[in-house]
Write a protein that binds this ligand. Structure first.
Ligand SMILES: NC(=O)c1ccc[n+]([C@@H]2O[C@H](COP(=O)([O-])OP(=O)(O)OC[C@H]3O[C@@H](n4cnc5c(N)ncnc54)[C@H](OP(=O)(O)O)[C@@H]3O)[C@@H](O)[C@H]2O)c1
Length: 291
């Protein structure tokens, strides 16, 4: 998914210096938040408003009209149904999408035609949707990542630093998410396995009680409204090392998403070339002076 060479990156705040002044707002891209009526999307809308991003449109489900479940604090913003996507994107600089895998199957081929930069946070995308995403990224830069949390970037960096393990040590990942999350194991758990290549791990398998030699075992739990928990277990015969990340709320993903939106439409300098990027690319890119 990465298309720039990533360096070991500091984790930085996406909030522009100077807060929410009108000069700052004028330099920030206008966002359309697809899925802005949902849990992650509404957190993005709130975070964007707090950071001074103009929110040009919110897009909900195919038949969504204003309802009592619509978050009160974003009630004044223009809300569109998915059928009106073209209309919703008319005044938009950057799309942010946090919908469902089924919705993306229809939405991405549609907005992919408009050559707009996009941040895609939706997980569990089908191979067909991923092909549509790659196609769209030939026309505009797109940041897609299974986890926009800055803490998970730290977890990934720690995983990447692991070398070969002593004999008798095994790698496992456990992950917990809200009961309605359909895909498993999480995309983050699978991406974490890719970061463990220095240990010699050969792919992953779902926990079944019998370990496959050399593979990272992944156990998935679904319950309540847990926003996201990932633990990397390094288990030896007499001891265990655990590296753990907990998201307390969807806000944990918002800073990374907004950093990506800013990176796609910089106030100064050229925007990134068309291509498919990850949050790691965003965080490791040099920042233009004054940004
Ligand atoms: N990458 C990350 O860091 C990260 C972090 C957290 C979550 N996620 C992912 O983000 C996605 C959303 O999670 P969530 O917890 O916010 O789910 P959610 O609360 O169920 O929200 C989904 C939203 O999608 C909307 N929607 C449905 N069909 C649509 C369409 N055709 N066009 C536009 N919007 C549509 C729904 O609107 P209606 O209510 O009107 O149907 C709803 O607002 C999931 O895939 C989740 O796994 C990613």
């Amino acid at each position: 998914m990465t298309s720039t060479e990533a360096r070991s990156a500091p984790i930085f705040s996406p909030r522009p210096a100077g807060g929410t002044s009108s000069t700052v707002a004028a330099r920030l891209p206008r966002l359309a938040v697809l899925g802005g009526t949902g849990r992650l999307g509404s957190a993005v809308v709130r975070g964007a408003q707090a950071a001074g991003f103009p929110v040009a449109a919110i897009v909900g489900g195919p038949n969504r009209r204003r309802s009592r479940s619509f978050p009160a604090d974003v009630e004044e913003l223009p809300l569109f149904a998915a059928v009106d996507l073209a209309l919703a994107l008319a005044g938009t600089d950057v799309i942010v999408s946090a919908t469902t895998a089924a919705a993306e199957e229809l939405n991405i081929p549609r907005w992919g035609e408009y050559s707009l930069p996009a941040v895609v946070a939706t997980t569990g995308l089908s191979p067909r949707t991923l092909r549509a995403l790659r196609d769209a990224s030939t026309r505009a830069p797109i940041v897609a990542d299974t986890n926009f949390s800055l803490g998970v970037q730290i977890l990934t960096q720690l995983a990447r630093a692991l070398g070969p393990l002593p004999d008798g040590f095994d790698l496992s990942i456990s992950e917990t998410h809200r009961r309605s999350k359909r895909d498993h194991p999480s995309g983050t758990a699978q991406a974490l396995v890719a970061s463990l290549s220095g240990t010699g791990a050969l792919g992953w398998s779902e926990a079944s009680g019998v370990r496959e030699p050399g593979r990272v075992e992944i156990a998935s739990l679904r319950g309540g409204d847990v926003p996201g928990q990932h633990t990397l277990w390094v288990s030896g015969p007499h001891e265990v090392v655990r590296i753990e990340h907990w998201a307390f709320g969807r806000e944990a993903f918002v800073d990374g998403i907004l950093a990506a939106a800013r990176w796609l439409a910089p106030a100064r300098g050229p925007p990134p070339r068309p291509g498919l990027y990850s949050l790691r690319d965003v965080l490791s890119a040099p920042r233009p002076e004054g940004a």
